[in-house]
Design a protein around this ligand. Structure first.
Ligand code: CDP
Ligand code: CDP
Length: 230
């Protein structure tokens, strides 16, 4: 049972992907890779450089020039860009509103996917995003599509941000819905459940329940592969 597999977790914003993926990685002693953080990092650098986030040529060039490194941190993953730790800057309102425009750009997606595949080469990776099971790791041994109702996802984010964040629950729900729409309707690698992904609707489930289910599936899968190899 020492066989290591790759696990792809995709789904819309606030479904619990990163929270659950981190727990699953911890339980299996796998590496967690948050691909959304990479698109956020490109968005941050575009905004800082005064590049319009829908300028595909400029943002594409930027994406290739950046040195993006994901490091496992104590609590969450650290993101370094060109030698600077930008982890604390990635979840701003401004980035939330712009990231899906950056993520529509083909050259940006090609570059990020290339880096993500390299990270998963050795197996033993839990990767979360939008197109992991469909495009980045189409051969991942386990694919999960994690979702929850829009209201539930917005409420979770609202709780995370707290009432002082200056955004109402309704506004947040609208913003998330707009980002989901852009992610689902884009031409390249849109957000969609892979044909061979297992669906979990986490509405009304705890984080632990979702993580336990995925860990169980992973161990089953790894066990089956080990048995087949004997
Ligand atoms: O945490 P949250 O679900 O709000 O977002 P995220 O996972 O950090 O992803 C931010 C944005 O990056 C998404 O809305 C997508 O536009 C883009 N993204 C993507 O296109 N492909 C991925 N594999 C991951 C993220
Ligand atoms: O990565 P993604 O955007 O899919 O979601 P997240 O950043 O993990 O955020 C989900 C939020 O909902 C976190 O605050 C979790 O504590 C909470 N939550 C969850 O992830 N899963 C549940 N079953 C219930 C709550």
């Amino acid at each position: 049972n020492s066989h290591r597999i790759n696990i792809a977790i995709d789904g819309p914003a606030g479904a619990g992907k990163s929270t659950v993926a981190r727990l699953v990685a911890k339980a299996l002693q796998y590496i967690y890779v948050d691909t959304g953080a990479m698109y956020r990092a490109v968005t941050l650098k575009a905004l800082e450089s005064g590049i319009a986030t829908d300028d595909s040529e400029m943002v594409g060039r930027l994406a290739y020039d950046l040195d993006i490194a994901l490091l496992p941190g104590a609590e969450s993953q650290q993101v370094w860009v060109n030698g600077e730790d930008v982890s604390d800057k990635l979840r701003s309102h401004e980035i939330n509103r712009n990231v899906s425009y950056v993520a529509r750009i083909e050259s940006v997606r090609n570059r990020m996917s290339e880096l993500q595949r390299l990270m998963a080469e050795e197996k033993g990776v839990v990767m979360d995003g939008r197109d992991i099971g469909t495009h980045v790791l189409p051969n991942a041994e386990l694919k999960v599509f994690l979702t929850a109702t829009p209201r539930e996802r917005a409420s979770r984010r609202f709780l995370e941000l707290g009432p002082d964040a200056g955004i109402s629950l309704d506004q947040l729900e609208q913003e998330i819905a707009e980002r989901d729409r852009l992610d689902q309707e884009r031409e390249i690698a849109p957000l969609v459940q892979a044909a061979d992904a297992r669906l979990i609707d986490s509405t009304g489930l705890t984080i632990e329940q979702v993580a336990e289910e995925i860990v169980r599936w992973s161990l089953e899968k790894a066990g089956t592969i080990s048995a087949e190899e004997k």
